[in-house]
Ligand binder design. Structure first.
Ligand code: DHB
Length: 488
């Protein structure tokens, strides 16, 4: 943002040609404003400059979140080509602070610390830039500040800040690699798919974002919770079959009542129309992807994941749903596999996402609504229904107001992949665990497939992470090997 300040006018309330006009860049990065720190990663020490609390927009609405931290290895302070690792800590579509280190000794194999990836990045020659972002529960003076699309708008604004200051901030803003998990994985996927799309412009203007591009080089996404408008129907299409599962005593595992069973069935029935409408083609054989072959397609990723373990010498005999012959994973009993994974009850009872909950819901996750109901509230409304199915179910004949639909649209990377007005990241790393039941396996599979179907992705690395539950930043050695391969 360039602010022309006419120094003399302020005094004389008139301007003439002789007045001094000073131009102030209110979003300029100050390269001198850092403290020096040192961490160790696997025993080797890494010194870095910490630039913290940088407000990345001119007109912030919530200073609890709209700032970023930038960490620069001392070896790179004069380097303008190094890649920039851009991790977000968004989870549950809640607001998130930028990443800060709270310890000094890291090991790459430590998957419990959410800052390990950033520490490893510094040790491997990356600049780290982490932005905070508003989210569903953010509130200032009784006004909600972070309802959709605020979170993705903030991350885009931070990317714009990096580009705006590219000549001063070490590293290259053309080499930004975003990383996030779950809702943060959705944010990473949105950054990667919706670059520069004009639909975000009014929101970016409103908060005074830098006038710069916001597309990124690469998106890494662990268990991205995307495609929210279709996630309920995808979940029931996959898990409806386990609704009748019983335990060893013969009792129903889920205990759904008739209404829940009916909702599950109705949502399941909506899925094929949606999937056909996507008109995706399988990456492995170029056949149209439909509900007739989706199970087989998911199985192919499952078998590949199992095979990777077998190749490392793992014994998978306890996986009774898996057939292994002569060291090869050959088949999956899919219904048995889904019963083994199980749907996440009661959190993902039907409908799994657009769910207003009931008084017996476990606090504090769903006191009157899901993360997503909470996301699609407005500045003065905490929760909203966001699918027509649920709107109609609650009040026959009603649909979701257009204003909410528009914001739901902006939160879904599937809507931007391959769209002419959006700049797509050319590099993608997507993981979803084989034991992750926070969303249906079809969701990451469709994300991967839609990306590949554009023909625009140069490097794709998609796998189902063996036996991983809903989690992220695992196998960091693998992630960084991939990052190294796309940036060399
Ligand atoms: C997250 C998990 C969910 O089950 C969900 O619906 C949305 C977000 C998360 O962990 O970020």
């Amino acid at each position: 943002r360039l602010l022309a300040i006419c120094v003399a006018c302020a005094l004389l309330s008139s301007c003439d040609d002789n007045d001094t006009v000073t131009t102030v860049d209110t979003l300029a990065f100050n390269k001198d404003a850092y403290v020096l720190n040192t961490i160790t990663v696997d025993g080797s020490s890494v010194s870095y400059r910490a630039y913290t609390n940088i407000v990345y927009v001119d007109k912030p609405t919530d200073l609890n979140y709209q700032y970023m931290n930038i960490y620069v290895p001392t070896t790179l302070v004069d380097n303008q080509t190094a890649p920039i690792f851009f991790p977000n800590l968004v989870g549950g579509y809640r607001p998130a602070k930028p990443l800060t280190f709270t310890t000094t000794a890291f090991t790459i194999s430590d998957e419990t610390d959410r800052t390990t990836s950033a520490a490893v990045a510094l040790s491997k020659g990356y600049i780290v830039a982490s932005a905070g972002a508003r989210g569903n529960t953010a509130e200032v003076n009784g006004v909600y500040t972070g309802k959709a699309p605020a979170g993705i708008v903030d991350l885009k604004a931070a990317v714009r800040y990096l580009r705006h200051n590219d000549e001063v901030i070490p590293g290259s803003a053309e080499k930004i690699i975003s990383n996030g998990t779950s809702a943060g994985g959705a944010m990473s996927s949105l950054l990667g798919s919706s670059g520069n799309d004009p639909l975000f412009e009014p929101y970016l203007k409103e908060i005074g974002a830098a006038d710069a591009k916001d597309n990124i080089f690469a998106a890494a996404a662990f268990c991205p919770i995307v495609d929210l408008e279709n996630a309920d129907s995808a979940y029931e299409w996959l898990y409806n079959r386990v609704n009748i599962d019983t335990d060893s005593t013969g009792a129903s595992v889920y205990g759904f009542d008739d209404t829940q069973m009916e909702i599950s069935g109705e949502l399941m029935a909506l899925y094929s129309g949606y999937l056909n409408g996507l008109a995706l083609r399988r990456v492995d054989n170029n056949q149209p992807l439909t509900t007739a072959n989706m199970q087989n397609y998911i199985t192919s990723f499952l078998l590949a994941s199992a095979q990777e373990q077998l190749n490392k010498g793992a014994n998978l005999a306890d996986k009774t749903w898996l057939t292994v012959k002569d060291g090869k994973a050959t088949a999956v009993n899919f219904n048995a596999y889904l019963s083994y994974v199980g749907r996440w009850s009661p959190i993902k009872n039907p409908p799994a996402f657009d769910w207003l909950g009931n008084p017996s819901d476990p606090a504090p996750m769903r006191p009157g609504g899901s993360f997503e109901n909470n996301l699609f509230g407005s500045s003065n409304t905490n929760i909203n229904v966001f699918t027509d199915y649920v709107a109609n179910r609650l009040s026959p004949g009603s649909t979701v107001p257009q204003n909410i639909k528009d914001r739901v649209y902006l939160m879904n990377p599937m809507n931007f992949i391959g769209k002419n007005s959006a700049t797509l990241a050319k590099n993608w790393y997507i993981r979803h665990g084989t034991k992750d039941r926070d969303t249906a396996f079809t969701v990451p599979v469709n994300l991967y497939t839609k990306l590949m179907n554009t023909g625009l992705v140069v490097n794709m690395n998609f796998e189902l992470g063996w036996e991983r539950p809903h989690s992220g930043d695992y196998d960091l050695a693998e992630l960084f090997a991939w990052m190294g391969s796309i940036t060399q």
